[in-house]
Design a protein around this ligand. Structure first.
Ligand SMILES: [Fe+2]
Ligand SMILES: [Fe+2]
Length: 339
């Protein structure tokens, strides 16, 4: 199945005929009438959530970083390095491999905005790296030296590569699951490690940056969950047993990989971020993501660290922690039940 045409004047496709993949759009981005109202709701949310990395105050982090323990420093650096990879791959993947196959204009604009946000996240990591290190390449190059990091990055990229190399409609569905997994599982050991440091009063600017990033990633997660759920309604024949079996396998592999990563960065001893907690938390997240796209949970475990959910919200910090200019950007929190 080839990429959609950029301009397709012979198309007579009406709004009600739009489809998420394999449609026949004219190429005009007509948003006055839309088929997928959820896409406009998420678009409005993304615009309302606009923020700028340079407005997060990192001055205390530069000082805090020097007094982190060796293990804490190692964890912080590895987390940054891995997050940098994921936003890098997303920035390009969405534009190069996902959007060309999406045929509903109201979803094309969402994916374009998502790609911009992933690029913004890359720029936020640049601010973070520059504020803590004189030798910025040390962090950018960690994947060359750390075998577990290299393996995680390579695995994520290999799944994407395989799915986009043969873009049948079934493969496009699987690519959507892969994006959902990246947005909803692969970030979370890293995010939680940052919140663990901040909960102990360390690297508060970094945690604030991560809150902004996570808020964006949640809207990306909602996008792909909605895409999968809408697609299941309009093209139920694509959700075959073979496709769902592969999806379950991808979720299971990702869960194992993310648990291994979390345990690798924390060394089972950083501020209560233990191997057991990481194992249970990632399994809990996996179940949540599965249920959101009408698949069955695999692990049936409870959330082991509920403080993380509150800690990641903007309205839960002590008021004088951060610059007021940053707080002004927090235009409300986001729940998974909003759409
Ligand atoms: Fe991102
Ligand atoms: Fe994202």
């Amino acid at each position: 199945m080839s990429r959609k045409k950029i301009y397709n004047p012979l198309s007579k496709e009406g709004v009600d005929d739009r489809s998420i993949i394999s449609g026949n759009p004219t190429g005009l981005v007509e948003l006055t009438k839309v088929k997928y109202q959820w896409a406009i709701n998420i678009w409005d949310l993304m615009l309302a959530n606009t923020w700028f990395p340079k407005e997060v105050d990192m001055t205390t982090d530069a000082r805090d970083y020097k007094s982190l323990s060796v293990d804490e420093k190692r964890m912080y650096d590895l987390v940054l390095s891995q997050l940098i990879f994921m936003d890098s791959i997303q920035t390009n993947q969405l534009q190069d491999n996902i959007n060309p196959f999406i045929t509903a204009p109201e979803i094309n604009v969402l994916v374009a905005r998502q790609s911009f946000e992933e690029a913004l996240h890359s720029s936020s990591y640049a601010v973070m790296v520059e504020s803590i290190s004189q030798n910025t390449e040390e962090i950018y190059d960690m994947w060359r030296k750390d075998p577990i990091l290299y393996r995680k990055n390579s695995y994520i990229a290999s799944v994407y590569d395989e799915l986009v190399s043969n873009p049948t409609d079934e493969m496009k569905v699987l690519a959507m699951y892969a994006v959902q997994i990246l947005e909803g599982i692969y970030f979370y050991s890293g995010f939680t490690a940052m919140y663990t440091l901040a909960r102990a009063g360390k690297m508060l600017g970094s945690a604030q940056m991560i809150r902004f990033i996570q808020r964006d990633e949640i809207s990306h997660l909602l996008m792909f969950q909605n895409m999968l759920n809408s697609l299941r309604k309009e093209r139920p024949e694509l959700f075959t047993k073979a496709v769902e079996d592969r999806a379950y396998q991808m979720f299971e592999d990702a869960t194992k990989m993310e648990i291994e990563w979390g345990q690798h960065i924390s060394n089972n001893k950083i501020l209560g971020f233990t191997d057991q907690i990481i194992d249970q938390y990632i399994k809990y997240l996996c179940d949540n993501r599965l249920k959101a796209v009408q698949l069955k949970p695999l692990y049936n475990v409870q959330h082991p660290i509920k403080w993380v959910d509150k800690f990641s919200q903007f309205n839960e910090q002590k008021s004088n922690f951060f610059e007021s200019t940053v707080s002004n950007y927090s235009k409300g929190s986001l729940s998974f039940d909003d759409f």
